[in-house]
Design a binder for this molecule. Sequence first.
Ligand SMILES: Cc1cc2nc3c(=O)[nH]c(=O)nc-3n(C[C@H](O)[C@H](O)[C@H](O)COP(=O)(O)O)c2cc1C
Length: 208
Amino acid sequence: MTYLLRLDCSPRNSDSVSRELADNAEKRLLTLIPSLSTKTRDLATENLPHITNDTIAGFYAPPSGKTEKLKAATALSDELIQELKMADTLLISAPMYNFGVPSSLKAWIDQIVRINKTFAFDGSQFEGLVAVKRSVLVLSYGAQGYAQGGDLSEMDFLEPYLRALMSFLGIEKTHVIRIEGTTGDPDALETAKRQALVDISQLVVEES
Ligand SMILES: Cc1cc2nc3c(=O)[nH]c(=O)nc-3n(C[C@H](O)[C@H](O)[C@H](O)COP(=O)(O)O)c2cc1C
């Protein structure tokens, strides 16, 4: 049975804008694809370990060189990759932290980006091996001006990074819902939230 894999990474709970919008995006996706159920990972509380010397050795070891120690070091990566590859749709909610992704999400990324499992390299070209049909990124930014042409657009290492990563993994379709100015004036935040909810309500996914 396939599913919607949802990853949240804001350490905030009830006040989290990215989680609130992701709740709405999840509902919208389940309405559009009623056969799906959701599998959620809360990366903010799971504290996935950073990859280690043994994890990297395990990633690159040939099957014959996979000692028990290396197998143990890559067991979590195996599990996370299988969970990702079995998903129909990937929903990631993330706040911008210091212009990029929170480290809890980066820890997940470092576990799942893996040669011959989620990407291949033939000496000249990369090929993504993840056949997830689509990803939806729900991104919240404290300041304003990150959108294209904005004063801070060159500092946006969140959306371009995640978009590039999705494409690198082989996920061909990525939808992005973004909200800016979450730490500013409360009225402006409410207006921005309303717009993001409209964007979510207009989300359309193609069956492929
Ligand atoms: C540690 C930390 C770093 C942040 N870095 C940035 C940043 O670089 N740029 C920005 O616009 N907002 C930044 N913010 C603000 C958050 O992106 C913003 O409050 C976001 O809405 C938080 O998402 P959440 O409400 O889901 O927790 C930062 C907030 C924290 C706590």
